[in-house]
Write a protein that binds this ligand. Structure first.
Ligand code: G
Ligand code: MN
Length: 406
């Protein structure tokens, strides 16, 4: 018998536990058993009840989903081959209603492919029939403990203000799908120093999905799920729409991921972005590994022929060499905010930025300084000759289109 089961029976250290253990950790564990074979279903249900579990049962996947959306389970135990919704599909759909509940899949006809699918989609364990009661019990108790640990980790993450992040592949898929649905673009103005007015806006990806709380997390999820192309297309369409409807927005600055350069829709004349290409600056980070992009020159030529301009983003952010800079031959250079921060107090930063600015301008490039937060930084960057400035000092990114103050 495991420690959890014995604690339930003899009530070990009740007084201590009552004091500092959340009540949900002491409640009897709730198990949902799903099998289209009524005899097996009844057998497993009876066995688990005898061991002190609170058991609900369903003889098909749809009913199981309904039960799981109306109450919380500590573990779901499901047969794989069932008519309509099978166990693997159930596992995927369950993630819509419960991000963490462990799912134990059981099959009478084990195959390598279902086992692989089960594990890839985050099944807790994969068992083959006939399952011996002791091993089943051991797996269920282990799953309950893991689930409670997962919930405590989530609570700890909340407490510490860090993001717990999604766990398995299904959780990630569900989170990513929601992020994509709730995707919106924030626009941050870029100010022209000479006129002190808006030159254009950088579109920045935002989503309302709590499991992927910042754009980097959405991008990482897309990378892991191999859906960067979908994310890129969605973001570009969303960025183009409000800019296309008003000339007053000026230039649109759009961030590209390296894989976006390989996407045929980027050069398709029908995309929303292509239609305003002559007002668009495509930003590619200096850290991009462009050597992996075949025909980079042809692609860039095609984009420029359509009217797009190219910017090197985050220039100077701790990266030696000029590989991407030299490959891109950009029209616009965006200095990384690490060079901008406290530039008024650092003569070294001033020297570097002065040189980078004048070298870029000699090559006919426009220079943008990003991340300007104070009037002192603004004044220093103006004195050093930067053409364009961007940062919280002028305006935070927001719905189309935030105004600026100088
Ligand atoms: O990599 P890229 O330069 O595209 O990223 C820009 C990011 O910097 C955005 O997420 C944006 O919200 C953020 N940002 C914009 N202006 C400022 C600023 O003045 N200060 C800081 N800390 N971040 C900023
Ligand atoms: Mn950028």
């Amino acid at each position: 018998m495991t420690s959890m089961a014995s604690a339930r029976v003899i009530g070990v250290s009740e007084s201590v536990e009552r004091h500092d253990t959340p009540s949900s950790l002491r409640a009897p564990a709730a198990v949902l058993v799903v099998d289209d074979d009524e005899i097996l279903l009844r057998g497993v249900t009876r066995m688990l009840r005898a061991k002190g579990f609170v058991v609900s049962s369903a003889n098909n996947g749809q009913d199981a989903l309904k039960l799981a959306s109306s109450q919380r389970f500590d573990v779901v135990l499901s047969d794989i081959s069932m008519p309509e919704l099978d166990g693997v599909q159930l596992l995927r759909r369950l993630r819509d209603v419960d991000m963490h509940v462990p799912v134990v899949l059981i099959t009478g006809e084990p195959t390598v492919s279902t086992a692989a699918a089960a594990m890839e989609y985050g099944a807790f364990r994969y068992l083959t029939k006939p399952v011996d009661p002791d091993s089943l019990l051991a797996v269920v108790e282990r799953a309950v403990s893991y689930h409670r640990m997962a919930r405590m980790k989530e609570r700890a993450a909340d407490l510490l203000g860090v993001s717990a992040g999604p766990g398995d592949r299904v959780t990630l898929e569900v989170g990513f799908a929601r992020a994509l649905e709730s995707l919106w673009m924030a626009f941050q103005p870029i100010v022209e120093v000479r006129t002190r007015s808006v030159y254009g806006y950088e579109a920045l990806m935002r989503s309302r999905e709590p499991s992927l709380p910042h754009p980097g997390a959405v991008l990482d999820a897309a990378e892991r799920l191999d859906t960067l192309d979908v994310l890129g297309r969605t973001a570009r369409e969303l960025a183009a729409a409000p800019v296309a409807s008003t000339e007053a927005a000026g230039f649109l600055f759009v961030n590209l991921h390296v894989t976006d350069l390989l996407d045929p829709t980027l050069t398709s004349p029908d995309s929303a972005l292509s239609k305003i290409a002559s007002r668009v600056v495509l930003e590619i980070t200096e850290r991009a590994a462009l050597d992996k992009v075949s025909n980079i020159h042809e692609r860039l030529t095609a984009l420029r022929r359509m009217g797009f301009r190219i910017a090197v983003d985050d220039l100077g952010a701790g990266y030696a060499g000029l590989t991407s800079f030299a490959l891109l031959e950009p029209e616009v250079v965006k200095l990384d905010m690490s060079l901008v921060r406290d530039i008024d107090k650092s003569s070294t930063k001033q020297k570097v930025v002065r040189s980078m600015t004048s070298l870029s301008q000699d090559m006919g490039m426009l220079v943008v300084a990003e991340g300007v937060e104070t009037p002192a930084e603004r004044d220093t960057l103006e004195a050093l000759g930067c053409d364009l400035l961007q940062g919280y000092f002028f305006a935070k990114p927001g719905p189309p289109f935030p105004g600026v103050r100088w």
